[in-house]
Design a protein around this ligand. Structure first.
Ligand code: DHB
Length: 388
């Protein structure tokens, strides 16, 4: 097979890259190790920055999101037994869209297929070749047959554990890594939302977050041990703990759980995000802890830069945007890293904290709740910094 851009990974990064390239008249093929069903069911965060929601609409994949999502003007912070609201729309004139990542994935897959795009699911033994030269190649097994894709460039969109980043020769990448001494226990439950907007809670027993997916589907998270045993968390215990940490000011509407997971927390960046003709995008290049839900938004920002650079290359032959791809993306990546780390630091209990640290943490929450200047910085980052 031959195409212009070979893309590894059918998550938000790979699918959006393929979609944006198609709109620029550039052909691509997506290769994915998992099944379509797996990709469409993989539950992640559900918060879309305003520019990213606009991009989905402007590029023709936002119709269902517009019908089914919820648009939020702000968030609540819970601490000291009270709720404090931060009004993004008042502070920075922007909003966020609440819509599950897997719904975006479903919409992108449907659109790519409707546009005649090729997504090869359940490809095994995916390997990259010749990324240092002008004719890179992706090899894999698909439907029992050995296959090859010859291409001009490769989009490495296969996530943190994928094969693309390790295909870059030793010594090229510098990595920055930070693990956190806790995880998140996440649940999805069939019941009504307890509030009209998300609640981020600081509590001496640990962080908790209320989020939602629709009028009868809610998402909650609890700070837990990184290796927490889910067997020790029967449903009633989860509800009790959520109720305590979210302030105890009102009972939570309870309902049957449809999912229970442990999410790891790490910050990771690999630099540069490009080597030869391989361009890394999304989680293959960087991971943020989930607080603030920047993961998919960062992936979209990467592929927006990449698709424009490729479009310019095919239009004029100029490669300067491709050469500056990594630098352009990393400026945003590091600001999102800073924000995600800061939100994580603000709301979680750290095991090595001193009483001084805890007092400082509560003072910072109080500052955010009482100062427009402080709240504006949170709002500006939360709704998404301007895109290039
Ligand atoms: C969700 C997840 C987050 O990490 C967050 O900060 C906000 C919302 C979610 O799953 O809805």
């Amino acid at each position: 097979m031959r195409t212009r851009i070979g893309i590894v990974g059918a998550g938000p990064a790979g699918l959006m890259l393929s979609h944006l390239l198609h709109r620029a008249g550039i052909e691509s093929i997506v290769v994915e190790a998992r099944s379509r069903q797996y990709c469409e069911a993989r539950i992640r965060a559900g918060l879309i920055e305003q520019w990213a929601a606009d991009m989905l609409v402007e590029t023709g994949v936002g119709a269902r999101m517009q019908r089914e999502s919820m648009v939020h003007d702000g968030i609540h912070m819970a601490f000291g037994g009270a709720l404090h609201r931060i009004d993004f729309h008042k502070l920075v004139g922007k909003r966020v869209t609440i819509y599950g990542q897997q719904e975006v994935v479903k919409d992108l897959i449907a659109q790519r297929l409707a546009d005649g795009g090729q997504i090869l699911f359940e490809a095994s033994d995916v390997a990259l070749h010749g990324i240092d030269g002008r004719n890179p190649k992706i090899t894999f097994t698909h439907e029992g047959r050995a296959q090859e894709i010859d291409c001009d460039f490769i989009g490495g969109c296969d996530g943190f554990h994928g094969v693309c980043r390790p295909s870059i020769p030793d010594g090229v990448l510098t990595t920055y890594d930070r693990e956190y001494p806790f995880g998140w226990l996440g649940i999805l439950a069939k019941t009504t939302p307890v509030a009209d907007e998300l609640i981020y809670a600081y509590h001496p027993r640990g962080f908790a977050l209320f989020s939602m997916r629709g009028p009868t589907l809610v998402r909650y998270y609890l700070q837990c041990a990184p290796d927490e045993n889910l067997d020790l968390w029967p449903d009633e215990k989860i509800w009790d703990e959520l109720e305590t940490r979210l302030g105890g000011t009102r009972p939570l509407p309870r309902g049957p759980l449809v999912e229970k997971i442990i999410a790891p927390m790490r910050s990771f960046v690999a630099e540069p995000m490009q080597h030869g003709r391989l361009f890394l995008a999304g989680d293959s290049a960087h991971i943020v802890p989930p607080t603030g839900a920047k993961g998919m938004n960062l992936a979209f920002a990467d592929v927006r830069v990449l698709s424009r650079a490729l479009a310019e290359f095919y239009r004029s032959g100029a490669s300067d945007l491709l050469e500056s791809y990594s630098q352009t993306c990393l400026r945003r990546v590091w600001k999102a890293q800073r924000f995600s780390w800061w939100m994580t630091r603000l709301f979680h209990q750290f095991p090595d904290e001193t009483p001084f640290d805890k007092k400082r943490q509560v003072a910072e929450l109080d500052y955010l709740a009482s100062s427009e200047v402080a709240a504006t910085s949170l709002a500006e980052n939360y709704v998404g910094l301007p895109v290039e």
